[in-house]
Design a protein around this ligand. Sequence first.
Ligand code: ATP
Length: 357
Amino acid sequence: MNGIIFENICKSYNDTNAIKNLNLEVKQGERLILLGPSGCGKTTTLRMVAGLESISSGILKMGGKIVTNVEPGERNVAMVFQNYALYPHMSVWENITFGLRLQKVSKEEIQSRTKKVLSILNLSGFENRKPKELSGGQKQRVALGRALVKQAPFFLLDEPLSNLDAKLRQQARTELVKIHELYQPTMMYVTHDQVEAMTVGQRVAIMKQGLLQQLNTPDMIYSRPANTFVASFIGIPAMNLLPVECNDSALWIDGTRLELPAKWLPLAAKKTNLMLGIRPEHIVVTDSCMLAGTADFIENLGSQHCIHISLPHNGQNILCIVPAEQIVAKGPIQLSFSWKHISLFDAISGENIGYPE
Ligand SMILES: Nc1ncnc2c1ncn2[C@@H]1O[C@H](COP(=O)(O)OP(=O)(O)OP(=O)(O)O)[C@@H](O)[C@H]1O
């Protein structure tokens, strides 16, 4: 029963509505990622769970109890901050054991928990070093260690890897998942890095301007985005979004008529102006042309090439990713895609119109 439930949670700072009516359930033992652009309310959400930020309205439940107004010290959470917040004058051992000593945990218990955590985090032998004698990655692991020894049922992390370089970050992502699997606390993890979200998260909550946009598994968020914001926020490069008109059981893209497969008709036929979403890797450069354009620029990404294509009438740009072995030249180009890879959005609201059964 150690889940976290947000019921109609709102948070305002004077004139700023930072969180708008959040309804969300973090299941016991899962890794849930809060993802979104700067200022969307991720940190505020996490701090409300930690009890470091008051809640303007709504109910927060943790472990089956209402904790909306419960003091931070009584919430049984462990938190890792972006800047690590290590005590500079204390050694690694002292930093990690500080909380346990305050809680008057027995000496033997402190010894055994700390040794285990040091070993998991590859910090054995560094016990007597001060933070200034550690690398960024080691400091980050000490911060994680300090949270882990608490063995709290709720584990909150606010951009814990943002100070690491790309290689260390990749290692740390894997370590984090392994550590989580060992203890399986209920974990909320804030990031604005979508790769981190997709690799660490079992489910991802995407936020924009204080509003939850979509909550689902990384695969579903990638393949079935709830709206055009999620579609363009997730994926590097982002999903192509093309304005299309829908009539006579066909979609019109840039003056080209494409017959809609029958199973899409019940969903699309009620609409006239839509946005068609298709991921760059799902567009195929082929002779069986559905759509014609011009390849203006070819970007070499190593194992793949990214082709920048413009459409002849409205000049809209499309990105297409092809394997590096496929030779594509600049100039006229023919494109095709499978209907199973498309998403359709209402052009005005941006909401996904759904998928055929
Ligand atoms: N103490 C505060 N006083 C006033 N406004 C605040 C305060 N803290 C946050 N805000 C505002 O609340 C909104 C959400 O901020 P929050 O820090 O939660 O966003 P975030 O998604 O974590 O952003 P970032 O990725 O940049 O850390 C922002 O508009 C921010 O300016």
